[in-house]
Design a protein around this ligand. Structure first.
Ligand SMILES: [Zn+2]
Length: 317
């Protein structure tokens, strides 16, 4: 009788145990299912975040197009300036293409400012941050004595060739303008370069002198005593020197000189290394005619790009 009772108890215990295990199994499988659902939810969240990022990118792109300046090369170089949803998405995408991000960051960014615009803006702006002295926001520029070409047109033609040449050499490039019908002041042009933390801000101009016999190239930078950005003098001077040397070598243009001055708003407002390239004299009939040709414009663009290459390799040594 006692044996029977013990056997019965053992059987009952075994049945109870089995039932318990099955319940636990059920619990586990429910847990797994829940995890699956959580994963699915996370993935849905990711999809939503990706969609949001795509929408945001489009908005940022649209805004940039409204600004009338455009960036080439790797677009997200300046992600810290973009909308915050990008950070969220980035942490989720961490595993994706870190190498790619590195190579994007190692590219140098050049901001090109094709000087002037079709309609000048004679409203005044301070010649530097906090300055009481003012200058017109954008002056009209000069005109070719033989060709009648306007400086703003020539500046843009060469700048577009410089953009293409720099892209070929794997730089990131941002254009201050790609149209003549813009209204962007000289200080605003510099601020585009500042916001992008450009490695170099290169401003493309041509000269108009009273003495029509003078021809040749010149580059311009600030003095070491510039009250707004004198600390950038050494880098700007190196950039101005490198472009002066390489562009005169490539084009065979007369070598005028590197001019140091603190009278240029677009230089004074720059918080990155900056130079103005005076490509030649539109007041000299021969040089005016030469600068209007595609071939010579291409040489100028290549010469400036050679100078940028040289400057970048110098500062990296
Ligand atoms: Zn000019």
């Amino acid at each position: 009788m006692r044996k029977m009772l013990i056997t019965l108890l053992l059987i009952l215990a075994a049945v109870y145990c089995l039932a318990g295990c099955r319940k636990q199994d059920k619990g586990q499988s429910e847990q797994i299912r829940e995890e699956g659902q959580t994963k699915q939810k996370e993935e849905e969240k990711k999809d939503k975040a990706a969609k949001k990022k795509a929408e945001n990118d489009t908005q940022v792109k649209d805004a940039e197009e409204d600004d009338q300046n455009s960036e080439y090369g790797e677009q997200d170089n300046d992600s810290e300036n973009d909308t915050n949803s990008e950070d969220e998405t980035e942490s989720e995408d961490e595993t994706e293409s870190e190498d790619e991000t590195e190579s994007e960051e190692s590219r140098h960014l050049i901001v090109i400012d094709p000087g002037h615009q079709r309609v000048q803006n004679s409203d005044q702006e301070p010649i530097g941050p906090g300055a009481s002295e003012t200058k017109p926001k954008v002056s009209s520029g000069t005109t070719g004595v033989r060709t009648g070409l306007e400086e703003y047109e020539l500046n843009l033609e060469v700048s577009l060739k410089l953009r293409d040449e720099l892209l070929k050499r794997s730089y990131n490039v941002r254009m201050v303008r790609e149209s003549n019908d813009v209204d962007i002041s000289n200080s605003e042009r510099a601020q585009i370069a500042n916001e992008k933390h450009a490695d170099a801000f290169v401003r493309i101009h041509a000269d108009g002198l009273d003495d029509h016999s003078v021809s040749g190239m010149m580059t311009i930078c600030q003095t070491p005593d510039n009250p707004y950005n004198g600390s950038l003098y050494l880098k700007s001077r190196a950039l101005a020197d490198a472009i002066f040397e390489e562009a005169t070598r490539r084009t065979g243009a007369e070598r005028r000189y590197v001019w140091e001055t603190d009278t240029m708003s677009g230089i004074n407002w720059a918080q990155v290394p900056c130079t103005i390239v005076e490509m030649g004299c539109m007041s000299n009939p021969e040089e005016d005619a030469r600068m209007s040709t595609e071939d010579y414009q291409q040489l100028i663009a290549e010469g400036i790009a050679d100078g940028i290459d040289r400057y970048i390799s110098e500062i990296e040594q």
